[in-house]
Design a protein around this ligand. Structure first.
Ligand SMILES: O=P(O)(O)OP(=O)(O)OP(=O)(O)OC[C@H]1O[C@@H](n2cnc3c(O)ncnc32)[C@H](O)[C@@H]1O
Ligand SMILES: [Mg+2]
Length: 197
């Protein structure tokens, strides 16, 4: 069976990719399956740059196809922040809850119709032969004033999908995985993936 390594230490992402790859006959591993992987410095200016940095770093250590995901939240009223800094918005070593509280604090007093936001996901594939592909997916929504729901991870509890009247954290993973930024990016990756697998 073919194997793909997802260059992530994020358990939420790893789980979503396991689900997304179900229709493929591929064994999916993440960096959580390997002990003591060094942290990769994500110093790109865009999601695409960071996804490629992560995919190349891991591809150089394993002789296997690698997929990396760099994602985050862009809030219109915050000029697109936290953007590529989404994982460390409240500071290095802080958690999802701290990041959420910082966004909510910065949006205090901002009316509903000005709370537009989107999730962005760049997916990069790097193969041992040196093939590289990178694509971007997005998902539009709005930032609530408090958390709702317990599914998903990261900023999901404050990310509201007006057409569903639910937050991303109120969706079962089967639903999130067809409409999320990650799902949108994955659809764009599929033609390449089918050639490479
Ligand atoms: O770099 P890796 O090891 O993949 O893991 P990470 O958590 O650091 O991932 P990123 O650098 O891509 O940062 C992504 C940030 O955006 C958040 N995020 C990404 N996808 C999300 C999703 O589907 N729902 C909610 N938040 C998400 C996530 O919680 C992080 O704070
Ligand atoms: Mg990261």
């Amino acid at each position: 069976m073919k194997e793909i390594i997802i260059a992530t230490k994020n358990a939420g992402k790893a789980k979503e990719f396991e689900h997304i790859f179900k229709p493929y006959n591929v064994r999916v591993k993440s960096l959580l399956d390997f002990e003591e992987m060094d942290d990769i410095v994500e110093d790109g200016k865009t999601f695409e740059e960071n996804a490629l940095i992560k995919a190349r770093a891991i591809a150089s250590q394993f002789n296997q196809m690698v997929l990396a995901d760099d994602s985050g939240l862009e809030v219109d009223a915050l000029d697109g922040r936290p953007g590529v800094y989404s994982a460390r918005y409240a500071g290095e070593g802080r958690n999802d809850e701290d990041n959420i509280l910082k966004v909510l604090h910065e949006l205090e007093g901002v009316p509903t119709d000005e709370r537009g936001a989107r999730f962005v996901c760049a997916l990069a594939i790097v193969t041992p032969q040196g093939d590289e592909v990178v694509v971007r997916g997005t998902c539009e929504g709005r930032i609530l004033t408090e958390c709702l729901g317990t599914e998903g991870f990261g900023y999901d509890p404050i990310f509201y999908l007006p057409h569903l009247s639910k937050t991303m954290a109120q969706l079962p993973k089967s639903e999130k995985n067809v409409l999320s930024h990650r799902a949108d990016a994955f659809v764009k990756l599929q033609p390449y993936l089918e050639k490479l697998l």
